[in-house]
Design a protein around this ligand. Structure first.
Ligand code: AMP
Length: 214
């Protein structure tokens, strides 16, 4: 099982990916999370990546491919993995194809979570994330019991720098121009599956399981 989760920012790809990872106990490779963790550890790579991220831009292909290549070289991903948020450009997809070919493997399915722009704005501007465990909340639909405190670990909840209105607008524009062309790329390979992301979390998850053949 070698999966790739795609979708515009805010479509719920991260939450669905986390659920699939938990369900099948497979390793997750999330470039966004790797960048945020690296930044929090004060590493040079994370600090450089955050300069792109906080303006709503994509991190350069060079930095991103490097961090993924390093992650794919670890043994735990030999049988299975789930890529979340990578690749995001055609250049990254081509680089990934080469990395996987060198490993003697390929992607088994690409899951694309679809949602309209109105829904995406509404979700991202109200999203809050736990600084400690990464659990996500929504101010209206999934609020924490105590304001700004995580229900799971008591960590502080914060708004990601790239979830503000202007950043979201920019991220959606970039998604349209740089990432959307990838859908064609995977459609042609015959491994693309679209899932309606504008349903309840559980309904989306059911559809995800269907398309990955479980
Ligand atoms: P995510 O958590 O997937 O929404 O990613 C958060 C941010 O990290 C994105 O808005 C980008 O700035 C950056 N990022 C994550 N993955 C990539 C990627 N594959 N290529 C370039 N930038 C990325």
């Amino acid at each position: 099982m070698k999966l790739l989760f795609m979708g515009p920012p805010g479509a719920g790809k991260g939450s669905q990916a986390a659920k699939v990872v938990e369900h099948f106990k497979i390793p997750s490779i999330s470039t966004g999370e790797m960048f945020r963790n690296s930044y929090q550890r004060g590493e040079e790579l994370g600090i450089e990546a955050m300069r792109f991220i906080e303006n709503g831009n994509l991190v350069s292909d060079e930095i991103t491919n490097k961090i993924v290549k390093e992650r794919l070289s670890r043994e735990d991903i030999e049988c299975c993995f789930l890529l979340d948020g990578y690749p995001r450009t055609v250049q990254q997809a081509e680089a990934l194809d080469i990395m996987l070919k060198d490993m003697g493997t390929k992607l088994s399915a690409v899951v694309n979570i679809v949602a309209s722009n109105d829904v995406l704005f509404e979700r991202m501007e109200n999203r809050r994330v736990c600084r400690k465990c990464g659990t996500t909340y929504h101010l209206i639909y999934k609020p924490s019991s105590k304001l700004n405190v995580c229900d799971k670990c008591d960590g502080e909840l914060y708004q990601r720098l790239d979830d503000t209105h202007d950043s979201v607008k920019r991220r959606l524009e970039i998604y349209e121009s740089k990432t959307k062309p990838l859908l064609d790329y995977y459609q042609k390979k015959g491994i693309l599956h679209n899932v309606n992301g504008m349903q309840s979390f559980d309904e989306v998850f059911k559809d995800v399981l269907k398309v990955i053949g479980e």
